[in-house]
Design a protein around this ligand. Structure first.
Ligand code: BGC
Length: 428
């Protein structure tokens, strides 16, 4: 495929195994081996979750170097990964999701971890919706940690009460609740307004307004008719309404800051994936009690999912046995329980119990199973699960343009999205 060639060409400039070995950062000799992990988990709950792995590896005699690059959604981390490849300083493991796993595999730089996968029965314990992304030419090259759901709405119940508003059940009752919260002098929606956050909002809105079939046609199949359809126009109009209830002075604030505002009752709601739940728990609030979790309400129900996963690199600055230990430990039942409780996600292993998890995790699991049965499970576009980088970039550009220009109509934005996506596909 043409885009693979461009990527392969772009990423292999100046790269030979020798060059990489020369350029690699030397890491102090560990007891059994060292693995460096490039990731974007820097919020309180994210760092705590990663520390669990660092500790479990240390208990087995391995050293994990946590190369965390800040920036929700990972765009900074992805840029750093590309520049490290150019300079021949490959991390042993990098956080990479969805179709990008395949793209990286096409560079020829990734490492086969079949021996770990076979021993750990990964084909049996992982859902196919996730395991299919972890393989390249039938071989495992990445390990998944979790299942996150994107289309959640987090609601501070005491703010609702204070405003005399009802728990929303559909789009109209959501707007009615937002109006009451505003009248009560509280920010209705916490939203930092950076493009990744806005795209995450549109992601939830589009699934609720247009349904899983529309979502798949638009964001997975990239069908121009779906991208410019009435359902897309409606979704963009709903995003504009949400924008009107978002604090305009919050521009530039991070997603975890926004979650904090909801926990503190400074804002009523946040549209965000369940990594927000990790922050809620970290702030000593109980998801499902003080902070309600509901699927973003609308005409349709569905489940937009993603799995945080880590791809392995060969000829990196890490030891192979430590990379294997990383993969093995990440999918151990003990890590799956500890990590996912702290992170806000649910275990990706289907055979791990949710005993002791909060009510929202139980809802997530139940809804995942129902959505799978009803063909309402969709890979989430805003979190890299549906499309490759160039197409995502085109969609994000149009979202940013629409959000930052209140005079742009939803009709024009939908048309432009269809056009830009076609262009991005043609050029890749
Ligand atoms: C990741 C989450 C992470 C969030 C914010 C998402 O794309 O999948 O694990 O917590 O970004 O950084």
């Amino acid at each position: 495929m043409a885009n693979r060639h461009i990527l392969r060409r772009g990423m292999t400039i100046g790269l030979s195994v020798t060059a990489m070995a020369i350029g690699s950062t030397a890491i102090a000799a560990p007891t059994k081996g060292t693995v460096s992990v490039l990731n974007w988990w820097t919020s309180g709950s994210e760092a705590k979750s990663m520390n669990i792995l660092e500790q479990m590896l240390a208990d087995q005699g391995y050293k994990m170097v946590n190369d965390a690059v800040s920036g929700g959604g990972g765009s900074n981390a992805r840029t750093v990964l590309k520049s490290r490849i150019q300079s021949g300083n490959l991390p042993g493991v990098a956080q990479i999701k969805g179709p990008q796993i395949q793209q990286w595999c096409n560079t020829g730089l990734t490492m086969n971890i079949d021996p770990v996968a076979e021993k750990g029965n990964w084909n049996q314990v992982l859902p196919e919706a996730v395991s299919k992304y972890m393989k390249c030419d039938g071989h495992y090259v990445a390990v998944p940690f979790n299942i996150h759901r994107t289309n959640w709405l987090w609601i501070n119940k005491s703010v609702l009460d204070k405003a005399g508003a009802q728990m929303p059940t559909d789009w109209d009752s959501l707007v009615a609740a937002l109006k009451k919260i505003k009248q009560a002098g509280i920010t209705p929606i916490a939203g930092g307004g950076n493009t990744w956050q806005v795209a995450t909002e549109l992601d939830a809105i589009a699934l609720a307004a247009g349904g899983p079939d529309f979502y798949r046609k638009a964001f997975v199949d990239l069908d121009p008719d779906a991208l410019s359809s009435d359902a897309m126009i409606k979704s963009l109009q709903h995003l504009r309404t949400i924008q009107q209830y978002t604090d305009p002075n919050a521009q530039g604030l991070s997603w975890n800051h926004d979650t904090g505002e909801v926990v503190q009752g400074e804002a009523g709601m946040q549209i965000m994936g369940d990594w927000a739940k990790g922050e809620i728990t970290n702030a000593d609030a109980t998801p499902g009690k003080e902070i309600a979790c509901i699927a973003f309400p609308g005409a349709y129900t569905g489940y937009s999912y993603q799995s945080d996963s880590f791809e392995m690199f060969a000829h990196s600055n890490s030891d192979k046995n430590a990379q294997y230990a990383f993969a093995r430990t990440a999918l151990s039942p003990e890590f799956q329980r500890k990590f996912n409780k702290a992170k806000g996600s649910i275990p990706v292993r289907q055979d791990v119990s949710l005993e002791g998890f909060d009510a929202c995790a139980h809802k997530a699991k139940k809804d995942f199973i129902t959505a799978k049965k009803n063909d309402a499970l969709v890979p989430t576009f805003s979190q890299d699960m549906a499309e490759t980088g160039a197409v995502k970039g085109a969609i994000f550009d149009v979202i940013a343009k629409f959000y930052n220009n209140k005079d742009m109509s939803a009709e024009d934005a939908a048309k432009e999205m269809a056009h830009r996506v076609q262009q991005a596909q043609a050029m890749s």
